[in-house]
Every structure is written in C-alpha cells, then in structure tokens.
Design a protein around this ligand. Structure first.
Ligand SMILES: [Zn+2]
Ligand SMILES: [Zn+2]
Length: 348
C-alpha cells in the first residue's frame, strides 16, 4: 500500500509499504478521507514524534475491509469513523470511562500508525458506524468537531448566554458552528484574518459581532459589544498569553473561561489577572480531546446526530482537498501558511 511515512523530523515520504497485519481485536480500515490536523504540522516538521518510522494522521474515515477476529466480523463492509485514542482500559480515568484522560494511551497517527495511508489497523473499540447521510469527507472531520463539542458541552450552556470565541482557527470555527447550531443568543467572535470574517459571516453571525484584533483593541471591543449584560463564557482557542489574558479580563463576574487552544510557549499568570480570577470568582477550565464511550451521550454521537440531520455542514470548511498522492501540498500550505484554510483533506 501507499503511505506517508515519517522517518524523522522534516523527513516524510510517500512510500510503498506492507498492508498492516491486524490483531484479533482489530479491523483493517481502507481509508477514504483523511484530514490534516494543526498538530500534524509540528509533529512532521518541528518536534517529531515518539518513534520512527511512523505514519501520521488521526483524522480519517473509511470502510472496514477485514476483521482480525470475531469482534470485528459484524463491522465488515461498514463505513466508519475512528476515535484515534486507544485507551489502556485500566487506569482510574479509564475506569470512569473518561478515556480522553487515560494515563497510558496509545494514539493512531502519533504513537502508532495512522490515517495518511491506504490502510490502517484499528481496534474494534475505536470504531463508530457512519449514518448513510454522512460522507467520508465529513466523517474525517469527526475528531476536530468532537473536540469543539467537548469544550462547549462542559460549559453547560442554556442558550440565553452571551459567549465569546477568541481565535478562529479550525477549532474556533467549528466551535462557533456548534454554538450557532445550539441557538446561543449572542456569539461574539475575535479573529485576525479577513478569511475568518467571511467564515463567521457564512455562519450567520452579524458583522458587528466579529472583531478583527489587527484593527481593534480586543478588550474595549468585547466590553462594548457585550454591554451591561457582559459575557458569560469565553472560549480561548489560541493558547497565547495575550488571548488568555483577554479572556480572563473580559468575562463577567462569576463567568467561565474555557481554555481550548494549545500553548505555543510558557504562559505567565500576572498578579492582576490572578486577582481577577479571585475577585470575580471565575471558573477557568481546561478542555482536552473528546469523550467517546460508545454511548449515545458521548461527544462523537452528539456530532454524528447533527451531521445526519444536516444541522451542521462541516463540508463547507474543507477549503482544500487533494488526491492522496498530492497530500504533501496540504502539509506545505499549513506549514508555510501560504494559503487560507480551515480544513485540508486527502481523498482516496
Ligand atoms: Zn486533531
Ligand atoms: Zn487508561
């Protein structure tokens, strides 16, 4: 089969390699669509990964082509989405079905071979069946959508709140999409690209509720836009000191800040900001990955239900799709920021 194999930092090659052997508890998935995650770019070009050679890619969907044992038999021929985290099943979080916090997990595409290949060995446990209405392209976006939904659902929103989303990268845009779908009364957005402004406009967010941080002072803008009522919840989707500070400073007393963005460097908690957390009795919370319990109530089912009913249309955010052989162009766009993008996928 063909696969993108990472041999070291900045050394990824499209090569011919053996189709993976599957164990008793695994199936062989023929990949139909695979998305590039923001985290794949440093993994490939900057920081590298846990061991080499490795096939990256953790956002993918496909068809089950073979089963290693009895447990996979019923999946044969099925269209599937894949939860990329393989939990140990034994640690304390795993016992509570909080697999996203597993202490000893494996991970398709970062710790073991993932989706930038024609075939992947996937544990039966990690499969989710796709409804007929859901395309492979949409299903390759299940993971980032579930990550966005995970951050939202922990905030227990009722609908009448004013919320703000700071940072409109892929997760910020998907988060805004789901907030809109939930019918949140007011969604204030902060971005720094004309392209992001167009994206939120497409979601039905009024132009006046978008702030371009290159042109406006974000603190003043948020205060003015929210008015007396204030902002109940702020989603921080950047991971920088500046934006975390904006979130803590501008949420209303008793409000919540949901930290979603991955940090690019150390973040200093200034004393004034610390005071804000105390005096305003803020909840500053972290969100990581997504819940996947095979239960209707998990984040993946939440997303799938809305996909099936066409309540959300993530396909609109696939800004570039390449044939598999040209996926490297997608890596380069994201690495060099040479073009605007929300989600870049390979189709097989
Ligand atoms: Zn991802
Ligand atoms: Zn575990």
């Amino acid at each position: 089969m063909k696969a993108y194999i990472l041999h070291g930092i900045n050394d990824i090659r499209l090569e011919e390699t053996a189709v993976p052997r599957i164990r008793e508890d695994e199936v062989l998935v023929r990949v139909k669509a695979a998305g590039i995650c923001g985290s794949d770019i440093p993994r490939i070009y900057v920081t590298g990964t846990y061991s080499y050679p490795l096939i990256p890619g953790h956002e993918f969907s496909g068809i089950v082509e073979a089963a290693g044992g009895e447990s996979g038999r019923a999946w044969q021929g099925k269209r599937v989405g894949i939860y990329p985290l393989i939990p140990c099943g034994e640690c304390v979080p795993c016992q509570k079905k909080q697999y996203e916090m597993c202490r000893h997990y494996n991970y398709l595409g970062s710790r073991c071979n993932g989706g930038f290949a024609e075939y992947v060995a996937v544990p039966v446990w990690n499969l989710i069946a796709l409804p007929e209405e859901t395309s492979f392209e949409e299903a390759a976006m299940l993971e980032p959508m579930a990550v966005a939904v995970h951050a939202i659902r922990q905030m227990e929103l009722g609908g009448q709140e004013t919320v703000a989303v700071i940072g409109l990268g892929t997760i910020g845009i998907l988060l805004t999409m789901f907030l809109k779908e939930m019918g949140i009364k007011r969604i204030l957005t902060v971005g720094n690209k004309d392209f992001q402004k167009e994206m939120v406009a497409k979601q039905g967010i009024p132009a006046g509720d978008y702030c371009d941080s290159r042109q406006e002072a974000v603190d003043g803008w948020l205060q003015e836009a929210a008015g007396e009522a204030g902002i109940d919840v702020i989603f921080e989707c950047v991971g920088k000191q500046e934006t975390i500070t904006q979130a803590v400073r501008n949420v209303m007393p008793g409000g919540k800040v949901q930290l979603v963005g991955n940090p690019a460097s150390d973040i200093l908690l200034e004393r004034n900001l610390y005071w804000k957390i105390l005096r305003n009795q803020l909840t500053v919370k972290g969100s990581w990955n997504s819940s996947f319990t095979h239960d209707e109530s998990d984040d993946w089912h939440y997303v799938l239900k809305r996909l099936a009913r066409k309540k959300v249309r993530p396909g609109e955010y696939i800004t570039q799709s390449f044939p598999f052989e040209r996926l490297e162009e997608g890596f380069h766009i994201m690495r060099d920021k040479s073009r605007e993008y929300v989600k870049i996928e390979a189709l097989l």
